[in-house]
Design a protein around this ligand. Structure first.
Ligand SMILES: [Zn+2]
Length: 330
């Protein structure tokens, strides 16, 4: 039995390796042959929403505990290279507030840059690059992360397990198991882990996320501020009242704190359904961002603004992979 499962795991590893090398070859061919850029011109009338989470730098990765979220963090040099690539390839950078302008439809490669969650490194690492190149952006803020009343569970598990002596891949395996559970089941397991490893430091207090002054610094630096919920929960798993509270509370808190209307929401984990779309509309949002991968037709966004698609660069993407993802969605 053990021999069979070892064999299966070897076969799975080999399969993953083959898929990875085939993908690498396809990406290199698509980039080097100019095919990616050709596809880019085919999509030039579409809206590109390019979504990030965190942008890390060697200068501050230690104090910002990048090790807890390296899977969703892109190196600042790669980020700037991606921004410059889009600039060079005639993208027109806009923000969500520009979507209602009829002239937006005439733009070539209209592009919105945005960030989910509210990591502090957006202020210290991404903002200077965006300002240098005069590019607008949006940050979707989870208010509970800013107020230190909530924390992202994946970061919490990595933090707890850093004392377990387990190797990184074993911790990630544990996270994958937890991802398959319902929220209630998962939270119970995490509580058990907290007891097991007797944590003394509260990760909420680590200063990984922006505080309210810093959210306002982003706003003053030209960012639009959108909502990413209060507790960063899967909206589709909430009851009707909880769903409405999550959407309206985060909007209300943000508007109070930044003194501006908030009209965009990015669904945590990208999870949404018709109920979530309706709730977003009834609580006063104009646009809803999913994690579905692809471009948006501007007419589709105007007709049904609650299921916008994104292009999401991976943490390790070099320029070739980024360009192929941006223009070919692979
Ligand atoms: Zn998120």
């Amino acid at each position: 039995m053990a021999r069979k499962s070892k064999e299966n795991s070897r076969i799975n590893k080999m399969r993953t390796l083959i898929i990875k090398s085939v993908k690498k070859a396809v990406v290199a061919t698509a980039y080097n042959s100019g095919l990616a850029k050709l596809f880019g011109s085919i999509h030039s009338s579409k809206l590109f929403c390019v979504g990030y989470h965190s942008v890390w730098s060697d200068k501050n990765k230690k104090e910002l505990h990048r090790e807890l979220y390296s899977n969703i963090s892109i190196k600042v040099e790669d980020f700037e290279e991606q921004i410059l690539f889009m600039k060079k390839n005639n993208h027109t950078f806009i923000n969500f507030s520009d979507l209602s302008d009829p002239n937006t439809k005439k733009l070539k490669k209209a592009t919105i840059i945005f960030f989910d969650d509210g990591f502090k490194d957006i202020l210290v690492n991404a903002l200077p690059i965006l300002q240098k190149h005069n590019i607008p952006a949006t940050v979707f803020v989870t208010t509970g992360l800013i107020e230190r009343t909530h924390f992202l569970w994946t970061l919490k598990v990595r933090h707890i397990m850093s004392r377990s002596g387990l190797k990184n891949f074993e911790v990630e395996k544990k996270i994958l198991e937890l991802k398959k559970m319902s929220m209630a089941e998962r939270d119970k397991k995490i509580k058990d882990l907290e007891k097991e490893y007797a944590l003394q430091i509260q990760p909420e207090k680590l200063g990984i996320f922006l505080d309210w002054n810093e959210v306002n610094d982003l706003k003053n630096g030209g960012f639009e501020i959108g909502s990413h919920g209060v507790k960063h929960e899967k909206l589709i798993e909430l009851s009707g009242n909880e769903l409405l509270a999550e959407l309206s509370e985060s909007k209300k808190i943000l508007e109070e704190k930044i003194g501006q209307p908030v009209f965009t929401v990015s669904y945590p984990y990208g999870r949404y359904n018709i109920g979530v779309e309706k709730a977003a509309q009834s609580t006063g949002y104009f646009y809803g961002m999913t994690t579905e991968s692809g471009w948006n037709k501007i007419d589709d966004v105007l007709n049904d603004p609650y299921k916008m698609k994104r292009i999401e660069p991976n943490s390790g993407d070099k320029l070739t992979s980024f360009a192929v993802k941006l223009y070919m969605n692979i």
